[in-house]
Design a protein around this ligand. Structure first.
Ligand code: AMP
Ligand code: MG
Length: 324
């Protein structure tokens, strides 16, 4: 079983494992990540293996400085401005790769672009000390709900990895926003912890969204974040025996007969709701209800990322090659 170590005492142990090409679960501000040296084929292969990920989707590489980022990828002026505004933080930029740096091709799935992010906190110090970028998808088995606590990581992956670094519950609670600058335009590849509004305000430009028909990045629309229970969205009425994922001060009809109720944010705060999303989904799943009913959640601000994750949690569970 993995050892769970407090972040304040875990830096040396994590470094030793990473330097040996092993993987380590680490806290970031978004969700827990399963990290490995992005220049080591062995480490990156172990990430896929531990997650049980059925296909080699590209991973996000995490950096500790702009200097490191610029050695790995080419920044156009707009991407540089976005990095200046939002790094460190929950924004990932897809950029042309500089192959000479030595990022292992498993990280990019052989693409000539790379997804880069600069995280805060423990992850940042770790990357700085290692001197190399870390590839780190969410620390959960393929297709399962992302982990926002060390305990959730240990429960899901504890028998497959050696160390979980405990940095407490992750403050943002949903994964990073993924953006790509294309022909001077901003394309949103995945909504996440930085809202489209915040991006538009920072650079004075609109963000273009992909329609569901035009998905280019792997892993974007698959059934994902799937709890054991089925998920029913935008409910006005709870059916007897269902568990209820609530939002805001007013309850759906029938909520008194729900098998279990968790409220993402009593006061209707989307930031609080994002931080609670994955742990509450897991908790309701543990109630044993066959279905989790979800009250409507507004689409503004972080609501876009929350609705995106819920839609995937509710997607049909065919065997899917894009699960992460
Ligand atoms: P995560 O599971 O949070 O590590 O996010 C990984 C996701 O980042 C992938 O599933 C892709 O959707 C996206 N991604 C990574 N690299 C690229 C890339 N080069 N181009 C487009 N999307 C990418
Ligand atoms: Mg994931």
């Amino acid at each position: 079983m993995a050892e769970v170590k407090q972040a304040a005492q875990a830096l040396d142990a994590a470094l030793a494992l990473l330097a040996a090409g092993e993987v380590v679960a680490i806290p970031t501000e978004t969700v827990y990540g399963l990290a490995g040296d992005a220049t080591s084929g062995q480490a990156v292969a172990r990430i896929f293996e531990a997650k049980g990920r059925p296909r080699f989707n590209p991973l996000i590489a995490h950096v500790a400085s702009m200097a490191m980022a610029e050695k790995i990828a080419v920044f156009d002026p707009l991407s540089a401005r976005l990095a200046e505004n939002f790094w460190p933080g929950p924004l990932t930029l897809v950029l042309p790769l500089r192959e000479a740096f030595g990022i292992h091709p498993l990280v990019t799935a052989g693409l000539d672009t790379i997804a880069l992010r600069m995280p805060r906190g423990f992850a940042s110090g770790l990357i700085d000390r290692l001197g190399r970028p870390l590839a780190a998808p969410s620390a959960n088995r393929s297709g399962r709900i992302s982990a926002t606590t060390a305990a959730a990581v240990a429960e899901d992956l504890g028998d497959r990895i050696r160390l979980v670094v405990d940095g407490g519950p992750t403050p943002v609670g949903v994964e990073s926003t993924i953006l790509k600058v294309e022909k001077g335009k901003l394309r949103l590849l995945r909504p996440g912890g930085v809202t489209a509004d915040e991006i538009e305000k920072a650079v004075g430009m609109g963000v273009e969204r992909y329609g569901d028909a035009a998905i280019e990045a792997p892993g974007m629309m698959a059934s994902h974040y799937a709890p054991g229970a089925s998920v029913r969205l935008d409910v006005a009425e709870v059916h007897p025996g269902e568990a209820l994922l609530a939002f805001g001060p007013r309850r759906a009809a029938g909520s008194n007969d729900a098998a279990a109720v968790k409220n993402l944010s009593e006061r209707g705060d989307l930031r609080e709701a994002a931080a609670n999303l994955f742990s509450y989904l897991k908790e309701l799943d543990r109630s044993g209800a066959a279905t989790i009913a979800v009250e409507p959640i507004p689409f503004d601000g972080l609501g876009e990322a929350i609705n995106d994750r819920l839609r995937r949690a509710a997607a049909p569970r065919r065997h899917d090659m894009n699960r992460d």
